[in-house]
Structures are given as structure tokens and as C-alpha cells.
Design a protein around this ligand. Sequence first.
Ligand code: DLL
Length: 437
Amino acid sequence: MEIPFWDKSIETIDRSELEKLQLAGLKRQVENALKTTFYKNKLLKEGIIGGSSIKSLDDLRRLPFTTKSDLREAYPFGLMSVNKEDVVRIHASSGTTGTPTIIYQTQKDVSMAADTMARSLVAAGCTKNDICQNMMTYGLFTGGMCFHYGAERLGMTVIPTSSGNTIRQIKFMHDFGTTVTHATPSYLLHLHQAIEESEYDRNDFKWRLAVTGAEPHSEELRCKIQDKLGIEVYNCYGMSELNGPGVAFECIFRKGMHIWEDRYIIEIIDPVTLEPVPEGEVGELVVTILHRDAMPLLRYRTRDLTRIIPEPCACGRTHRRLARFTGRSDDMLIINGVNVFPSQIEEVLLKVNGVGANYLIVVEKQGDLDKLTVQTEVTPEMFTDDTRPLNALKERLKAEMSALITINPVIELKESGSMPVSEGKAKRVDDRRPKDF
Ligand code: DLL
């Protein structure tokens, strides 16, 4: 089998050579950081006066962590390390409340991010012959433009449909012979349903591959989408602070995402002690960006929980793989004292037949206790005059969930298509508890 590469020499680089590149990149980023108002004093306080203060990769641990609230504190220009006129683009995270977290890029940074994205797409088997429809929102969100630039860099024909307008998405996919799509996993499920209900026949499409990401999803969900749509689905990780999608990406073996270690230094830490966890154990991903002139980011706490897959990959890439994200250290729900990740609830929903495409987890206070309600759509054939299958489904979901999370949820079944479809990231949790108890 021929393994596709964008830049084979760098993707299969010997790890000792890779570490040399990382050290050079780290020195450069420390120099950049010292030019920012945000990092300058923090670094000087640690005795770091320039790139020369970094003698080996172990010195990374002398650098302070950076958090999302630091980024907010540095808004709007505190992390800029070049002259304003050299910045050609600004993006922001998809959060809708409070001060946005901003990134800036120079022309070179935009180009470097496009190169990383193109590398990722090639690893998944995309080529310049593909017609790629980008269904992620264009705008401040990086899933639109940052992906677009990478797909163009590879030479694909990119159709920037952006999110929403599903009927037009389907028409374009059909009429232009779209082979590759980029969308969130929840939107892919919605698209599947919409194609089924449309005048089009799936067999008349050339769709073969979907790049998906921007929200946590399980392996079960990937399999479900692949089976329903008859396509290959590739997991793509990224965040606006790290230049958007393509930070880590699956190769054709789809056994975890290669994180591009010439572009990022990674650590996996215990979110409580902040100490590194042994390789292979789950912890919080911390990333230092190595190639961005306009905005350094040192030891950025992503809050995303994952683990390194230590075994080498069959594709020959030496850049390590990250396992599917199990959630965020801060999206964990504590329900009557029990820690629950939304991904656990999704896992149950996906393995039970009759469950539809959309769901919402609602947490409320009832007296002194927390109440967990899982609202989920069911497949169209479940809604008939006979209520017995619905009751049986409800009982099964309740039993499976209480076995997994040790909490008895209320299950509310909804008619197919009755719950609001999000055009961007799906909102899966509605925590209605008062925040100041
Ligand atoms: O979601 C960038 C992106 C666009 C990634 C398109 C992939 C595809 P933000 O809006 O800043 O950026 O959100 C970043 O989304 O910290 C994770 O919690 C989550 N996330 C992103 N990709 C994945 C994934 C974009 N593949 C936040 N699996 C991150 C699980 C993901 N969670």
C-alpha cells in the first residue's frame, strides 16, 4: 500500500533531528514572547532573558503555563510580538460569551498554517483531484478560512459553502461531484438525514471522505456515520489559539491523530497537580506553538483530555499520535457528586437502535438534588400508534446509562427532526443549575 505524504522527509524525520528542530523553534518563540507585554515580565522573573536562556528541551518546564483567561487578560494586543502592520489576519475562538480569545497571524504565519493543514489532508489521502466542500462557518471561527487555505494549498477545488442551508449543500455536493467534506460530526448526521429525505439518490454522489472535528465525538459515532453514509471519516483536532484545524490529524490508518511535532511541542499533564503523566496515560494536553511570528503561545493549557499512543504508526510517520479526546477537564459535569462526561452519555445513545441524530443533556436543580434529563430524537419509524417500542427504548436507555454513569437519568424521546439543529458546533449540554451555590 502506498502511503501518501505531503513532505515525507519532515513527516518521517528521525526523532533526534525532530528534537533539534523543536529546540530551535522554542528558542525563537521565547525571543518572540519577550517582545510581548504579556510574557515579558513573566519570563524575566524566571531569569529567562532570551532564546539563549533555553539550553535544552527540558528548559520548557521553566516557562509559565498560559491559560484561556490569560489570553482574555492580554486582549486585544498584549500577545502581539510583531508590528501591527505586519499582521494580516485576526481570528477568534468560537466562544460566544465574554472577552473573545484572539489570534493574530502574519503573512508567513497564514502560509505556515496552510502548509500544516495541507499536510494533514494529504495524510488522510486527499489529493488535488478532490472537490472539497467546506461546511464549517467562515468568519472569526478558524474552521472556515484556515481549513480553506490548507485545502487550496494542496490544490483541491474548494467550495466555500460555509455552514447551514442544507438543501443547497446537498445540491452543490450532487452537481459539482463533491468528494470531500469538512463539517462537524453532528452536522454530518443531519446531512445524512436530509439526503435521505431529499429528491437525490446517495448513489449519484461522488462523496468518499469526510474530515470532521471541532467537537468531541466517539469512535461509535464515527462508525455510525461511516456506515450510514458509506464514506471514510477522519478525525481532525485543532483550536483557534493554535491556528485552527489540522493541529493533529488521522492518517489513512485512522488509529489516532498525528500531532505535528515540528510545529508544536506537546505535554500531557495532570490538570490538578500540573505534573506530567506517564506516557500513554490520559491527561490535559498542553501545547507550545513553534511557528507563529505574530503571537507566541507558551505551554498553553488546552483543557482537552487525551493520551499519547506510544506505539509507532504503520504509516511510518514519527510524529506521535493522540487518542480521541475524551472531553475537557472543564466540561466534566458533577451530578450529585458523580463526575459525568457528556461523551459517556453519547456513547450509550449511539449504540442503541432507534436513537436519532440529535440530543441534549439538561442538568437542573430539584430541591437539593441535581436532576439529569437526556432529551433525544428517535428515528422516524419509531413514532407510530404503538407506544410500546418507545417505552422499551426509554427503559433500555435508562438502564444502560445508569449502569455506566451510576445516575438514573430522565429520558425524553423527541420526534425525528424536532430538536434544533446547530449549524456550527452542537450544543450538547444545558446546565441550568444556579452557578453560585
Ligand atoms: O474548533 C478548530 C477546529 C475547526 C478544529 C475545525 C477541527 C475542525 P475552537 O473553536 O477554538 O477551534 O475550539 C477548540 O474544540 O479545545 C476542543 O475542545 C474541541 N475540538 C476541536 N477538535 C476536536 C476533535 C476549533 N477532533 C476546541 N475532537 C478544542 C474533540 C475537538 N474535540
